[in-house]
Design a protein around this ligand. Structure first.
Ligand code: NAD
Length: 502
């Protein structure tokens, strides 16, 4: 049996129970049907129905918010060492079921096993990292003044909502849920309607590992009903959201009446600037990796290549040759580098840019074709002869599609890099140290990597500027979001208090 056949056999074992019972909501430690009925989740690999999923609505969100509120005092007041122990158990349990998570995620989203097997383990790492910080998350500062002993302390904000997208859903969900739980918050999670499988596995694994009922609740369903209610619910004190910039704007409005604290991780149209003095072999590897890994369905992808005109022809020729060699195929085949796009709607969106590119005057140098009609497969695509004004340079395509734009000077590179609504990441390739310092400082983005692909290090701040988001994750920044700072001042003597009405 080939590795692909073995993986398909294992997957069908894992999916059997979902096919039988569907995916139900998990509220207060119990499985519940969705008050809105069910919807079908479809695999992008062959367009078959994977299973029915509970369609949660206002009723389910209200029940989940109540469960999270009921569970909050005990979880908040649990000794941090005990919370830490439980969250470390969750990390171990994720690792023990990493293969199941990865296979289900690939089937649900079209992501390839070579990346999702790592993403499942990253989920465990997210739990481990934040578990280890649970014991110090509430520590504050000692800020004495002449008359007062001032201290600050941090308190968990309360039950929070986590709303996640379909790209690498397991990894992204754990990145939000783990710090929230470590801080002492309880959570209602609304996973993307297009990728419900791994969210179900997460809540089940967490409860099996000792997470008390109601501390993590999962309500499936659509954004416009379940998601909307979550952002409006008065018992939910904050919303951690990952998704499109347009949705971020909508949920900010939805949360306004309850003055909801919002953390928004949104879209990107990230530049990778390659100067002619760079290590071009490494730059080529990184350019290809950052747009064609994870099906190009990643917020941090370098979807705009800014290439210095002196090396443009040579670099683009090598790029096209490599891209034409990328293996597109079944996501469970360990050799596959790109799988199918997540849904029919997304496939139609991504492929619509093949025509938009040529209409606007660009050249399709690689790909630009759909592959069969069994699933949502396309060839990885490179557009050349592009300008930064074209739709392929301005709009987030969110697929394995790269737009190459030439520049001649450092000033021009920066002008093009920053001429965008977005500001999530930037990548700079040069061996000139002072240029690296200048350019990385001037790229308008929340994160910049120099001579590197995106390497996520959990203690560092992650987030975007402009339309790419508000707020930061990582290290203590995550706790800043899930916790309230509190000030307490103790008088150290009998300082003079102004006497009114005396
Ligand atoms: P999306 O905005 O369509 O959906 C994200 C989530 O929001 C889903 O769970 C959806 O059901 C929910 N939602 C939709 N409308 C809602 C509403 N009115 N109220 C409440 N919830 C609502 O995004 P998507 O298509 O699932 O994901 C792709 C997008 O996510 C891309 O733009 C990508 O760049 C972005 N993303 C950003 C980051 C980051 O870290 N900045 C990471 C991953 C993905």
């Amino acid at each position: 049996m080939s590795a692909l056949e073995q993986n398909i056999e294992k997957l069908s074992g894992f999916l059997a129970r979902f096919k039988e019972t569907g995916i139900r909501n998990r509220i207060g430690g119990e499985d519940r049907d969705g008050a809105g009925g069910t919807f079908e989740t479809i695999s992008p690999v062959d367009k078959s129905v994977t299973c029915d999923v509970a369609r949660g609505n206002e009723t389910d969100v209200d029940a989940a918010a109540k469960a999270a509120s009921d569970a909050f005092p005990a979880w908040r007041d649990m000794p941090a060492t005990e919370r830490r122990r439980i969250l470390l158990n969750v990390a171990d349990a994720i690792e023990a079921r990493a293969e199941e998570i990865a296979l289900c995620e690939c089937w649900d989203t079209g992501q390839t096993l070579r990346f999702m097997s790592k993403a499942a383990l990253r989920g465990a790492e997210n739990f481990r990292f934040f578990a280890d910080q649970a014991t110090s998350a509430r520590d504050g500062k000692h800020l004495p003044s002449p008359t007062l002993m001032n201290v600050s302390t941090r308190k968990p904000i309360g039950p929070v909502g986590v709303i996640t997208p379909w790209n690498t859903p397991f990894m992204l969900s754990t990145w939000k849920i783990a710090p929230a739980l470590a801080a002492g918050c309880t959570v209602v999670h609304k996973p993307a309607e297009d990728s419900p499988l791994s969210a179900r596995l997460l809540v089940e694994i967490a409860e099996d590992a000792g997470l008390p009922p109601g501390v993590l609740n999962t309500v499936n369903g659509y954004g416009h009903d379940a998601g909307k209610r979550l952002t409006e619910h008065p018992a939910i004190k904050a919303i951690a959201f990952v998704g499109e910039s347009r949705t971020g704007s909508i949920i900010t409005k939805q949360g306004a009446d309850t003055l909801k604290r919002m953390h928004l991780e949104l879209g990107g149209k990230n530049p990778v600037i390659v100067f002619d003095d760079a290590d071009l072999d490494r730059a080529l590897d990184a350019v290809i990796f950052m747009i064609f890994s994870i099906n190009g369905e990643r917020c941090t992808s370098s979807s705009r290549l800014l290439i210095q005109d002196t090396i443009k022809e040579e670099f683009e020729a090598k790029l096209v040759e490599r891209v034409n060699n990328i293996k597109v195929g079944h996501p469970l085949d360990p050799a596959t580098e790109i799988g199918p796009l997540v849904t029919e709607e997304h496939y139609n969106k991504v492929t619509s840019y093949f025509d938009k590119a040529t209409e606007d005057g660009a050249t399709i140098a690689a790909g630009g074709v759909k592959l069969g009609d069994e699933g949502y497969f396309i060839r990885p695509t490179v557009f050349t002869n592009a300008t930064n004004q074209m739709r392929i340079a301005r709009e987030e395509i969110f697929g394995p599609v790269l737009t190459s734009i030439p520049f001649s000077t450092e000033e021009e590179a920066l002008e093009i890099a920053n001429d965008t609504d977005y500001g999530l990441t930037g990548y700079v390739w040069t061996n000139d140290l002072t240029r690296a310092l200048r350019v990385s400082d001037k790229v308008e983005a929340g994160m910049v990597w120099v001579n590197s692909e995106n390497v996520r290090h959990l203690p560092t701040p992650f987030g975007g500027v402009k339309a790419s988001g508000i707020g930061r994750d990582g290290g203590d920044w995550s706790f800043e979001f899930y916790m309230e700072q509190k000030h307490i001042g103790f008088a150290t003597g009998q300082h003079k208090i102004m006497r009114l009405g005396a």
